[in-house]
Design a binder for this molecule. Sequence first.
Ligand code: CU
Length: 195
Amino acid sequence: MKRTTLMSAIALASLVTVSACGGRTDGETAPAEETAAAPAEVEAAAPETAAAPTEPEVEANGTVIDINMYTRDPDDSSGLQVFKPRLITAQVGDTVRFIPTDPTHQSSSIDGMIPEGARGWEGEINQEVSYVLPMPGIYGYQCVPHYAAGMIGLIIVEGDGMTDNLEAAKAVSHPGLAGREFNEVFEEAESGGML
Ligand SMILES: [Cu+2]
């Protein structure tokens, strides 16, 4: 009995040592250092790491369109909290990449302003976020902290059915200055022949 317990303790101790060393070699930080965690928790942490990059809905075609996030518009000192360019046309498979040029911004698609069946995106503040555009249509997006301040943008993905969600997207109501900004962007798209 005693012997078995001792053996188990030794076995456990070596397991713990192995996982701690393994963790350091992998460059993993906090979870691996918690040696008391035992193998079960180490295993549990693994799928989380593997699942991090989300699979795109369609294969990226290699074209990347950068959209910068600014606190002050570099081309117009009266413009605050802006995406640039805030209105673009794109093709299915293009990647839009939101760049945290200035701090405190992020980009998220707006519910009701993306084509039905598209997953949309949600970026972290101060971090770059990319989205592979999966189908033709209208994609409205915001910076969550500055939505009411009018920090919004629009992507028009060309192709069959590109205007299928246009009316629905236009009908979405917005807080603060965002409604006026979206009206301007839709007008710009129409007068510019994008829609
Ligand atoms: Cu912002």
